[in-house]
Design a protein around this ligand. Structure first.
Ligand code: 5GP
Length: 195
């Protein structure tokens, strides 16, 4: 199983994913590769694999990504070998990627992919959350809001919709989604008992 979680910037995705991961040791965060400069407090190899443009180009040429996309001016990609390593270790990869990448993996993987779109409770709540991050300039916030409206337009490609009004409730829903997907007959491949 692979869990894909997409949601607009400000929907509270990182917090929800962080809590979900803490609640289930089988889940493993899929560390993406990016050309974005490292932010303060980020750790190479934990938050992202930070690379320069030339290194990213090489990875694209080597078909190393199951998907990649340009988000807010920087490139981000999910490495195929990382997913394989996690699967071999019996872990469930959790992908925190944008809609462009989400749509690519939804069409690439079959039943093993569980896709979740995380909504903010309202446009007003999203704007308040974005403005609450005092670090961003007005035009950055306007850009994020515009992008968010485009992203929500792709939500119908995702199997599950979770409205993130309350952290605990959202995590409970995500846990329930994972639990239900695990017992889908098709996910089990072999029946637990022979007829
Ligand atoms: P940030 O730079 O704020 O960490 O992330 C910006 C956006 O890039 C987020 O929406 C995040 O979900 C998305 N993102 C992170 N990793 C990937 C990836 O591997 N592929 C794609 N398509 N998007 C990603």
């Amino acid at each position: 199983m692979i869990v894909l979680i997409t949601g607009p910037s400000g929907a509270g995705k990182s917090t929800v994913i962080g809590s979900l991961m803490e609640s289930d040791p089988r889940l493993a965060f899929s560390v993406s590769t990016t050309t974005r400069p490292m932010r303060e407090g980020e750790v190479h190899g934990t938050d992202y694999d930070f690379v320069d443009d030339a290194a990213f180009d090489e990875l694209v040429a080597a078909d190393a990504f199951v998907e990649w996309a340009t988000v807010h001016g920087h490139r981000y990609g999910t490495r195929r070998d990382h997913l394989e390593t996690m699967a071999k270790a019996g872990r469930i990869p959790v992908l925190d990627i944008d809609v462009q990448g989400g749509v690519q993996v939804i069409s690439k993987f079959g039943d093993e992919l569980v896709s979740v779109f995380l909504f903010p409770p309202s446009w007003q709540a999203l704007e308040e959350r974005l403005r609450g991050r005092a670090t961003d300039a007005d035009e950055v916030i306007e850009g994020r809001l515009k992008t968010a409206r485009l992203e929500v337009g792709f939500a119908d490609r995702y199997t599950y919709w979770v409205v993130n009004a309350d952290l605990e409730a959202s995590v409970t829903r995500l846990q329930a989604i994972v639990a239900a997907e695990e017992v889908r007959a098709r996910a089990l491949a072999v029946p637990p008992l022979a007829p």
